[in-house]
Design a protein. Sequence first.
Length: 495
Amino acid sequence: MQSLFFSILTASAITAAVPPSPGRLEDERCVFVSAHLPAASPPLREKWQTLRLKPKILDDAARMPPESLLRLFVAPGPVVRTPIQSSLSQLTDGRIKRLDSGIQIDAEGLDERWRELKGPGPHVVNWFAGGRFVQLLLFERGRDWWVASAMAAEAKSRDASFLLLDGDANGSWWDAHDFVSFMGGALRPLGGVDRVDDGTRRGRIRLAGSNGAVSLQFQPSERPEGLDDDQWLALNAANEQRNRHGLPPLLVWREVNEGLLAHTRFLHQHAPMKEGPLNSYYGEPDGMEGRSDAGAEASRSGCVAFLTESMTIAGHVASCITMTQSRFQVFAPGAARFGAARTQRWSFFRAQEGPCSGARYLVLPAAGSRDLPRACGSNWPFPRSFPDLYASPRGLPISVSMPKAQLIDGSTLRVRSIALFTLPERREVPGFFFSIRDIDQAATDHTFFFIAGDPLAAEQDYLVQAAIEATRKGEGGVGMTVDVDLLQWQFRTDR
């Protein structure tokens, strides 16, 4: 692997592979970032645009994805950490102390000069470890202290903007533990997915370098072949929402697109303005004229139908953030595949989970999301054991899903609780917590927090806190808790 470096360094930092003098630490900001490039890069094409990467300090705690954070001052015990948390722990272990008024840090690692950070922050700190400087973000939120990498780089052109975050602070922006944001969307793990799409602009990205300079290269792409106008609108609407909430773009699923188109022709032939229950629009009975295996299969398996009389396709897709089953069609984890079609009265949308993109947790709404709807959508599948709440949710629902709930060491992750608070007051919002598995034991492990009272307040910052439990089967198959950790993230509602 070839390593290319660019830096903004003070003279004292360049001269010494040791910490700068204690008296000058607070007045100096050093940025030292590296990018690891693939050993073999494909030749450039004419459409590749080269964008200069500029170092940036990311000091906005609200934008940090929950899996990029390490909670400090956790009680001793067995811990199941992510690679990012392990890296941050190695950097900070033994060098941060808690005080009544804040924290005390040994940023130089010499145990000679401890500096006090007062107030909740966020505080950007020049941190020396392993013969190099890194930038860390320290802040207090929800009565806990957290640390994250603040090492980022941005690239902009007339048509596109990117932000890369070195999540594990290891000097590389291009591994599975780093994050990318496109056109201001939520940060998402790179995870080997080199495509970006915000519903308006789309293409592929990669890092490249020559003569010691590192750049990001962007190859814009055009409309995929074989999509009609309605399918194209649905794809753009879905990818706009996915980019906003930190998921990679959907791929075109040609077989399902063709099958759903055949199904729309079938419906139009037999009952173009058909009334009736939603499930009557799925499948195609044997023996009926115009029936096709492709249409029957595409419309039967995991398909979501939307009424199209009063809303556009984009409006229906955007509303999925406020609903359940529909939500996890639009927000299928990983590099998911997509198909869509439309009749006069109904539109059909289907997506299938793809290879995991590196994220352990999928949280909705995403960390740092803004201008979110405040009210809840319809058709929530509440457990019948809660009749008083069956049709009553009002505020935007919160959800946590785990595409990789089974860990390498045999532990299984589950969400034990979710709580919602206003910021900065930290007033708890009453709500109702349950898992889809409460209804269907074979369902994917999506866990929800519903606000059963009023819709959320307008232009309000909210803090979500989820307790994650890791269990492992012990002797006799009895489950044994090996770790309890917290996820925290913020979002803001619209007007």
